[in-house]
Design a protein around this ligand. Structure first.
Ligand SMILES: C[S@@+](CC[C@H](N)C(=O)[O-])C[C@H]1O[C@@H](n2cnc3c(N)ncnc32)[C@H](O)[C@@H]1O
Length: 310
């Protein structure tokens, strides 16, 4: 069934990038997604303070339940909500999640999404548990603070591990583009010759974790999109990165390309980019026109490390 009436829903608080074909969003909406730099944090939103919210729920189960629970906690009892997700990325389980929290709702299909609309009940069940499951915590296996939703949140990514293994002692000023929880920057900062490193990520949760994980006066933290907000980075001696190649769960190679272009702009002549990636990603072709030399450094277990000199 197609929920045509949904175009009339007044949306003033939203979580996630919802496209117009799925739901009409008022131009002046307040964004709560941690993936939108400058957005407000649902974690910090006063309980029962919002009059409405529309959530494009994440696909991963623990993260999705935590986001739905945070959104319901932030709503005042009696306030309307719209929760939606693509059918194959959590949408088929959205109704069960909401029912478990004690919510009644109408559910429709729209443009490959499941869309649930309802009123926040006075009493909710199980939301504190769901919020706790999605909260920040110390992960012993990686010796770092992390939380569900950030990249490789509870294990060391094999590509990042390969890069840290092959990284020489770096020197001077540099950047960790798409820093995640700070795994690469921590390895870089082991070198006393590093004077400064800028860590930038589009995910507020990653930047928050990284601030706790990288307690070093040489580290500068930025919550932003590398492609847009990395423009001030110039004259760097080095860049390290494990570029993202998924946007909203879909493979998007242009993201990695944008990261490589930003690295090339940020480096001084002679500066070096250290990059790790899944072996199948054809970054060499993107690097070659932008860098003087492009050297394979390591190739193991489906991952590769490349060093490119500007
Ligand atoms: C493959 S992960 C690598 C994380 C970390 N460097 C590591 O090695 O564990 C890529 C990171 O890039 C971030 N990211 C994705 N798109 C971005 C963008 N446009 N600007 C900045 N960061 C972005 C993701 O949030 C993620 O933390």
């Amino acid at each position: 069934m197609d929920g045509g009436f949904l175009n009339d829903v007044a949306v003033s608080n939203i979580y996630g990038r919802i496209t117009e074909d799925v739901l009409a969003i008022p131009a002046k909406s307040r964004q709560f997604s941690p993936l939108v730099p400058g957005s407000v944090s649902l974690d910090e939103q006063e309980p029962a303070s919002l009059d409405t919210i529309t959530v494009l729920a994440p696909a991963a189960t623990v993260e999705r339940r935590a986001v739905l629970a945070l959104a319901l906690r932030a709503l005042r009892p009696g306030a309307p909500y719209t929760m939606l997700a693509p059918k194959d990325k959590g949408g088929s389980r959205l109704g069960a999640d909401l029912r478990a929290f004690g919510c009644g709702f109408d559910e429709v299909g729209r443009r490959h999404h499941r869309v649930c609309t309802g009123i926040r009940p006075a009493a909710l069940t199980g939301i504190e548990e769901a919020i706790a499951m999605g909260a920040s915590r110390w992960i012993e296996a990686i010796g770092a603070w992390s939380r569900p939703g950030v990249f490789s949140w509870d294990r060391l990514d094999p590509g990042s591990a390969l890069l840290t293994h092959h990284l020489p002692g770096l020197a001077g000023r540099g950047a960790d583009l798409g820093c995640g929880i700070g795994v690469l920057a921590r390895a870089v900062l082991a070198s006393p010759k590093v004077s400064e490193i800028t860590l930038i990520d589009v995910d507020r949760r990653a930047v928050e974790a990284t601030r706790r994980n990288v307690e070093d006066p040489r580290a500068v933290f930025r919550w932003g999109d590398v492609r847009r907000d990395g423009a001030g980075l110039t004259g760097l001696d080095f860049v390290v990165m494990n570029p993202p190649f998924h946007d909203g769960g879909t493979e998007d190679r242009s993201l990695g390309q944008g990261f490589i272009e930003r690295a090339a702009q940020a480096l001084r002549p002679g500066g070096r980019c250290w990059l790790t990636a899944n072996r199948h990603l054809p970054y060499e072709g993107v690097l070659k026109p932008l860098f003087r030399t492009v050297q394979p450094v390591a190739d193991a277990a489906g991952y590769k490390v490349i060093s490119a000199q500007k």
